[in-house]
Design a protein around this ligand. Sequence first.
Ligand code: SAM
Length: 217
Amino acid sequence: MRLKHIKGAEEAVAKSRYVIHDAKERRGSWHTLFGNQKPIHMEIGMGKGRFLMELARQNPEVNYIGIERYSSVLLRAIQKMEEEPLSNLYFLCEDASELEEFFAPGEIALIYLNFSDPWPKARHARRRLTSANYLNRYAAVLSSEGRIEFKTDNEVLFDFSLESAEEAGWRLLASTRDLHQDSRMNEGNVMTEYEEKFSSKGNPIYKLIAIPPRDSL
Ligand code: SAM
């Protein structure tokens, strides 16, 4: 993804009350932040936050956390939260490779991965958010009922993700190679910024839902 550096973004993120700055200290006690025991769902690589904000509006019975590593991108989500604060949504400006340092086993009920960067070069495969090493990190923080939901318009990344899920022992609950034409899987679908962009060009959207191996829970 091309990234435009925005002046003042780091400072704005650093002082935002919607961004959690002491994530490692909150490991195991995220429910206190929200002040309730509702399940926590998360998007990794949330971009400008459109998807998560819509989910947070629609589902007050769920708590949401968005992770985005670039402050220039997260800035837009913060600005939207200032216009419309949502008490069930917080952001982390962090790299997801540190996930297990932020969350304790079982703390997360659902992880969304939407239009994750494809990292097309084979030597960068480990950086893909659906590679087996990332799946192992997700397995370490998901609850016993936990799952991931992954959407992309990139067929090569989708096929890679199916293979790495199998390799890491995950069980595929559902998948489609054309989400918007699949009435069952598309029911209640909330479009992300990238989904809107790519589907408007006529690209099919791929989606899978998978659960971690039982023995890692
Ligand atoms: N999910 C959004 C959507 O569907 O519109 C944004 C998709 S954008 C292509 C991918 C985003 O993931 C980028 O903003 C990127 O900075 C973020 N990202 C990629 N790898 C990440 C990581 N390891 N940790 C946190 N964010 C990451």
